[in-house]
Design a protein around this ligand. Structure first.
Ligand code: GLN
Length: 242
């Protein structure tokens, strides 16, 4: 972070951007601009190197084959690990979350190396695919309201000792391992199974990323009426009896 500028990096939109996950980049970008920041957004295709000087990196979900290719390229590139060691913030969704872990099972049934930025391991769930609405309480340390989103994944994620659960489920499958957790995080790296796009449904999570990147405890408030209307509508639809 330098002066008033924020460098936002959207990783591999050509491989990882399911269910409108690119909306996450739009939301972070807009909320930063509304706070007067000069945002430089860089979309990095999978044949390009990952810049190491970004402040916030976003990575979305993907189908199984693009996920394998993206993980191979990111591991080979090494830029995202360097950015994190420089203090960058990373927010990842679904396939992106799995790739940030130590390992996942890929589309050809093999264990594939991830970036190891989160202490999680993902295996292929043997049961039904995890599909549907999710509601969860975000780790109280983060001081955020209820998490809302939807999930669509086969992977089941197990957390190691240095990954904290991002949220505790009240509806849905999340990490899918039966322990009631959804997503994982450490100091600067976050992973979730939530689509939505998740930062449109949960704008205060976007603000958390901005606060971490700016190293501030608070940001000027915004008029969030439209976000609130979306949240209310989605939460009530999720909790309607079938
Ligand atoms: N391919 C992964 C899985 O099914 C991730 C899916 C996704 O990103 N939506 O677990």
């Amino acid at each position: 972070m330098s002066d008033n500028s924020l460098r936002l990096v959207w990783i591999y939109p050509d491989l990882l951007s399911t269910y409108g996950d690119q909306g996450n980049a739009l939301v972070v970008e807009r909320r930063a601009r509304q706070r007067g920041l000069d945002v430089q957004r860089v979309d990095v295709r999978s044949d390009q190197p990952i810049p190491t000087s970004g402040d916030i990196y976003l990575i979305g979900g993907g189908e199984d084959r693009p996920q394998r290719l993206a993980a191979e390229r990111l591991v080979r590139d090494g830029g995202l690990e360097r950015a994190v060691s420089n203090g960058a913030i990373v927010f990842s969704v679904c396939a992106g979350y799995q790739i940030l872990g130590k390992e996942f099972v890929n589309d050809v049934g093999q264990r594939q190396e991830g970036l190891g930025l989160l202490d999680v391991v993902t295996v292929r769930g043997e049961g039904e695919r995890c599909v549907g609405d999710v509601l969860a309480d975000i780790d109280p340390r983060l001081g955020l309201p209820q998490l809302t989103g939807f999930e669509n994944h086969q992977g089941v994620t197990h957390l190691g000792p240095t990954a904290r659960p991002f949220a505790r489920l009240s509806m849905g499958r999340g990490n899918g391992n039966g322990d009631g957790t959804e997503g994982a995080y450490n100091d600067t790296v976050f992973g979730t199974y939530m689509h939505g796009p998740v930062l449109a449904r949960n704008p205060l999570v976007a603000d958390l990323l901005l606060k971490l990147a700016l190293d501030v405890n608070a940001l000027p408030g915004l008029d969030d009426r439209w976000y609130e209307a979306l949240r209310t509508e989605r939460i009530s639809a999720a909790t309607q009896p079938a």
